[in-house]
Design a protein around this ligand. Structure first.
Ligand SMILES: C[S@@+](CC[C@H](N)C(=O)[O-])C[C@H]1O[C@@H](n2cnc3c(N)ncnc32)[C@H](O)[C@@H]1O
Length: 413
């Protein structure tokens, strides 16, 4: 006989949950239990490396042996994550005797509790049971997740879409999020960054943020173009700070969308300080930085075993002999590893000459990656001695990343 399950939200903080088994299923189940604050006891002769790492970190207790009935002493819930049906049934039997709910990975019909497919949005958790069909549950969960990504704010539930009058239900009001948009491909924004973007009332965007992300904004979102074109006219940073603060103090949820990572030559720190000084709360969402993604997109791992034990990211926006430069190019020339230069095209001839003058071989492989991860990406492979001239000949332009080091050819030139 089947009857509908009765849904509950278990509040497991500090409560003993026993997990029997240390394999792949347990590896998937344990993180959510720890996230709920459960006092997890893992019973298994062996563990996966991921579970072992959590044990080593002191996140849970492990007894290295097979299950014995006393393991359920004080337990509120048991999850059976073993393949062996006889062993699983014996845990079930002890659990039933002790009135402890028992989840069975091997046999849902033998379980007294089912784990739902879950999507979490801040404090909101949606759990879907598919009537015994996990695939159906996941399909429904995915559809709900997509819907909620647009409608739910992390701190609470937004109003219905037609009731939203500019402040996304007011739940995100008066806040700023500094969001890294990634290097160029719109799919390289983080899940969290994208979610906050869909909730914004105001988006203050740099020129280098992927245009397609902006294309997807709701029509009522105010888009402020904070373009800072290299070597061209730039909007004063103070003015951008002021826009962030003013809009937030007026009650808007402001997303400051920045190319790559907000804190890698992105002036995100200044914006955070300006908001903090005005009492505006700020969330920082890191992004995929072009300093790593651009080399990767060109088939260059910034470190490669046996080739480079370090990579250094440096701005080349000032010439090496500029009094205001904070970069020790002479010291960088003495390193063996990978050098990644951002904003370096204008000064590339001076930079490469300085590196060579201080000892880096002109034969060192070098590459330039322009507009990485976009449909117009261009890659030039060269050497430290020749890259500046070849960049000019090839008419490569910003935004571009220059990579110097043997890793340039590590995966084949
Ligand atoms: C002001 S910095 C900002 C860096 C950004 N915060 C990051 O983490 O990628 C701008 C520089 O980043 C590099 N850059 C950004 N996006 C790029 C891309 N798609 N391809 C190549 N270089 C890029 C270029 O060197 C550009 O001049």
């Amino acid at each position: 006989m089947t009857s509908n399950p009765y849904p509950l939200g278990l509040r497991l903080h500090g409560r003993r949950v026993v997990v029997v088994g240390g394999g792949a299923v347990a590896t998937r189940r344990v993180p959510a239990l720890l996230d709920a604050g459960a006092d997890v006891l893992l019973v298994a002769p062996e563990l996966t490396p991921a579970l072992r790492a959590r044990v080593d970190a002191g996140r849970l207790h492990w007894v290295s042996r097979r299950f014995v009935p006393e393991d359920l002493d004080g337990a509120w819930l048991v999850q059976v994550a073993v393949d062996d049906p006889i062993a699983a049934a014996s845990v079930s039997a002890v659990a039933a005797e002790r009135r402890v709910f028992c989840v069975r990975a091997d046999d849902r019909t033998a379980a007294t509790a089912w784990t739902p497919a879950v999507t979490r949005h801040g404090p909101v958790t949606v759990a879907v049971l598919g009537g015994g069909d996990p695939r159906r549950a996941m399909t429904v969960r995915d559809a709900v997740r997509d819907l909620l990504a647009v409608r739910l704010a992390p701190d609470g539930i937004a109003g219905p879409p037609d009731a939203s009058t500019g402040t996304t239900g007011g739940m995100q009001a008066g806040r700023v999020a500094l969001v890294g948009a990634g290097p160029g491909d719109p799919e390289l924004i983080t899940v969290k960054g994208w979610r906050l973007l869909t909730e914004a009332d105001v988006v203050v965007a740099d020129r280098l943020v992927p245009g397609l992300l902006l294309d997807e904004l709701r029509p009522d979102v105010e888009l402020v173009d904070a373009s800072k074109i290299p070597y061209g006219p730039s909007r004063a940073q103070e003015e951008i700070n002021q826009i962030l603060v003013d809009r937030a103090l007026a009650g808007a949820f402001v997303v400051r969308l920045k190319g790559g990572d907000p804190y890698v030559f992105g002036r995100g720190g200044e914006e955070l300080l300006a908001c903090a000084a005005a009492g505006v709360p700020v969330t920082v969402v890191p992004g995929v930085t072009s300093s790593i993604a651009a080399p990767a997109a060109a088939g260059i791992p910034v470190t490669h075993r046996g080739v480079a034990h370090e990579f250094t990211v440096v701005s080349g926006h000032l010439a090496p002999d500029a009094p205001a430069s904070l970069v020790r190019w002479d010291a960088l020339a003495g390193l063996h590893g990978t050098l990644v230069i951002l904003m370096g095209l204008k000064n590339l001839a001076a930079i490469t000459a300085t590196l060579i003058a201080h000892g880096r071989s002109p034969a060192t492989p070098a590459a330039v990656v322009q507009e990485a991860t976009t449909g117009t990406q261009r890659v030039l492979r060269s050497t430290l001695g020749a890259v500046a001239a070849e960049t000019l000949t090839a008419d490569l332009r910003p935004p571009a990343v220059v990579v110097v080091g043997d890793v340039v050819n590590a995966l084949g030139a």
